[in-house]
Design a binder for this molecule. Structure first.
Ligand code: ADP
Ligand code: 5GP
Length: 199
C-alpha cells in the first residue's frame, strides 16, 4: 500500500526523479511553492547559480548563490548532475542531494531549463520530464513583464529563449498547463508521486 509519497513498500514504489522545465515567467516558482506547501516531504533540489538574488530570494533556500570561480570549480570537481548557461548566468544541480534523496526513498524534483533537462535525460534515462506551459503566448509575456524583476533587454532575451523551449515540447513526457497555480500544482503532484513504471 503506497502512502502517496513514493516512499511506500513494494516493487513499484521506487522513488522517481522528476524534471520540471518551462519558459521563464510561466510560473514554475509559483507552482513549486504551492507544491512545497502541499507536500513538504518531497525533495526539491536547490540549484547553484551565478545570478544575483532577486528581492526576497534567500541563499540556500531558493538557490545557492555563488561567484563564477566557485561555480567553475564545482563543474571541474564533477559536483553537478547537470549544468548550463541561461541568459548570461550559470546554473547547476548539485548531484549528491538528489542521489541521497532517491536512495532514502524520497521523490526528487528538479526545476531546470531545457539544456539541463536534456542532460538529465541522458544521465538518468528513467527520469520523468515535465513541461510547464503557459495558457497562451500572451499570458507568458504578461507574466514575465508583470513580475518586474528583469530589465527590458533581459525580458526580451528570455522571451527569445522561451520560443525555443516551447518548441521542444515533444521531447517531454508530460505537459502541465499553468492556467491556475493550485490545479497545476495538483497535476504536478500526481506526476511526481504517481505510479512508477517497472524498469
Ligand atoms: P518562473 O519561475 O517560471 O520564472 P514565476 O513563478 O516567477 O515564473 O511567475 C511569473 C509571474 O507570473 C509571477 O508574477 C507570478 O505571480 C505570475 N503567475 C504564476 N502563475 C500564474 C498563474 N497561473 N496565473 C497568473 N499569474 C501567474
Ligand atoms: P531564473 O534566473 O529565472 O531563476 O532561472 C532561469 C532558468 O534557469 C529557469 O528556466 C530555471 O528553470 C533554470 N534553472 C534553475 N536552476 C537550474 C539548474 O540547476 N540547472 C539548469 N540547467 N537550469 C536551471
Amino acid at each position: 500500500m503506497s502512502d502517496g509519497t513514493g516512499v511506500g513498500s513494494g516493487a513499484r514504489a521506487r522513488p522517481r526523479l522528476t524534471v520540471l522545465s518551462g519558459p521563464s515567467g510561466v510560473g514554475k516558482s509559483s507552482v513549486l511553492a504551492e507544491l512545497r506547501r502541499m507536500r513538504p516531504e518531497i525533495h526539491f533540489s536547490v540549484s547553484v547559480t551565478t545570478r544575483k538574488p532577486r528581492p526576497g530570494e534567500i541563499d540556500g533556500v531558493h538557490y545557492h548563490f555563488v561567484g563564477l570561480p566557485e561555480f567553475d570549480k564545482m563543474v571541474a570537481n564533477g559536483e553537478f548532475l547537470e549544468h548550463a548557461e541561461f541568459a548570461g548566468n550559470s546554473y547547476g544541480t548539485p548531484r549528491a542531494p538528489v542521489e541521497q534523496a532517491l536512495a532514502s526513498g524520497k521523490p526528487s524534483l528538479l526545476e531546470i531549463e531545457l539544456q539541463g533537462a536534456r542532460q538529465v535525460r541522458v544521465a538518468m534515462p528513467e527520469a520523468q520530464l515535465v513541461m510547464l506551459a503557459p495558457p497562451s503566448w500572451e499570458d507568458l509575456v504578461r507574466r514575465l513583464t508583470g513580475r518586474g524583476t528583469e530589465d527590458p533587454a533581459v525580458v526580451a532575451r528570455r522571451l527569445e529563449i522561451a520560443r525555443e523551449e516551447l518548441a521542444a515540447e515533444p521531447e517531454f513526457d508530460e505537459v502541465v498547463v499553468n492556467d491556475d497555480v493550485k490545479s497545476a500544482a495538483r497535476s504536478l503532484l500526481n506526476l511526481v508521486v504517481g505510479p512508477v513504471p517497472d524498469a
